[in-house]
Design a protein around this ligand. Structure first.
Ligand SMILES: C[S@@+](CC[C@H](N)C(=O)[O-])C[C@H]1O[C@@H](n2cnc3c(N)ncnc32)[C@H](O)[C@@H]1O
Length: 324
């Protein structure tokens, strides 16, 4: 299919209510909600900074592998087959757009649209202009502007917890998912009580802390994580159910990370990636966490069923489809 046909399909998906400039369109520039506005601003800053990092490709490779596990695709080939059977694909909260670009390459005959509320959407459009089936939109995924039931595969990976109302966002993504389509979604999992309390406390304070100090704190947290992991100490932890601490043998850095403080450190991914991962958790005003039953309730409230469900310490994720 040529570019012209994809442009026609893109405009159709938005019911001709959007103006396209090359491979980029703006549906909403700014949020009127203060917390979403702050969240967009920190993500714009994060992506702007990370865009030039040499560690990017390592993170993208790691993320693509994780994506297959999170959403139950046995291999990249299996994901490709699913995408090729999906004429319209939507990457909700696409960040720098590398997953949208991956989808577009795996399914060259499908239309792929990536949307992000931060400045990353425009950056993604600049980076991936060569893919004729790929378009980017700056806009709110809780109010996409897409027609009802027009998308065959919606992917909302590591995003919904950062939107102003995850319930409203999920309902919007369900609305645009075709009756025969599927929606893949990731929910950040609630952690042990000490970590939850600290996360909430930091979140209420961080929006008043200058950005430079937040970056400095993110570096300090990565350094703490690095020093803890260098200890190579394993600890046998008893189950403490009242605090949500699960018993078992942990590396000391992971134990502190899951239960007390997000001091992310991953030597393979690199220093910059570790620092932005800490920044991207403590800086946005919007960062909800979910229990498994909360996730299942959101899915059920939208009359959707589970096609695939996955849980791990970090998250709950799955693919959902409309009830018959
Ligand atoms: C942790 S990043 C994940 C990005 C990408 N999905 C990935 O896996 O690399 C979360 C992204 O969600 C975007 N975001 C948050 N709220 C949004 C909203 N209401 N509408 C669109 N994008 C949003 C942020 O700007 C950010 O780029």
């Amino acid at each position: 299919m040529n570019r012209g046909k994809f442009i026609g399909k893109f405009l159709e998906a938005f019911e001709h209510k959007i103006e396209l400039s090359g491979n980029f369109a703006v549906n909403a520039h700014e949020s009127t909600d203060a917390k979403q506005h702050q969240t967009n601003s920190v993500f714009s800053e994060k992506w702007d900074k990370y865009e030039s990092s040499e560690e990017r490709t390592r993170l993208f490779d790691f993320q693509r592998k994780w994506y297959l596990k999170l959403y139950g695709f046995e291999s990249e080939q299996a994901l490709g087959e699913h995408l090729r059977a999906s004429p319209v694909i939507f990457d909700a909260g696409c960040g720098l757009g590398y997953k949208a670009a991956w989808f577009a390459e795996l399914a060259p005959q499908s239309l792929v649209i990536g949307m992000d509320f931060s400045g990353a959407a425009a950056q993604a459009a600049r980076n991936y202009g060569a893919l004729e089936n790929l378009f980017f939109v700056q806009g709110d995924i809780a109010d996409t502007g897409l027609g009802a039931g027009g998308v065959d595969y919606v992917s909302c990976d590591q995003v919904i917890m950062h939107t102003e109302s995850p319930e409203r966002t999920f309902a919007e993504l369900a609305r645009i998912t075709r009756r025969t389509g599927q929606m893949a979604c990731y929910f950040y999992a609630k952690k042990a009580l000490p970590r939850e309390l600290l996360d909430d406390y930091f979140r209420s304070r961080c929006s008043h802390i200058e950005r430079e100090k937040l970056w400095a704190m993110s570096e300090q947290l990565a350094e703490l994580g690095r020093r803890l992991s260098l200890l190579k100490v394993e600890i046998d932890v008893p189950e403490i159910p009242e605090l949500g601490i699960k018993g078992g043998t942990y590396d000391i850095q992971r134990f502190i990370y899951w239960n007390f403080l997000k001091c992310f450190w991953n030597a393979e991914l690199g220093v910059e990636t570790s620092v932005v991962t800490n920044f991207d958790w403590y800086s946005p005003s919007n960062a909800r966490r979910f229990s498994e039953s909360e996730v299942r309730a959101i899915v059920a409230a939208n009359r959707m069923r589970e096609v695939f469900f996955h849980s791990e310490e970090a998250c709950y994720s799955g693919r959902f489809a409309h009830d018959e």
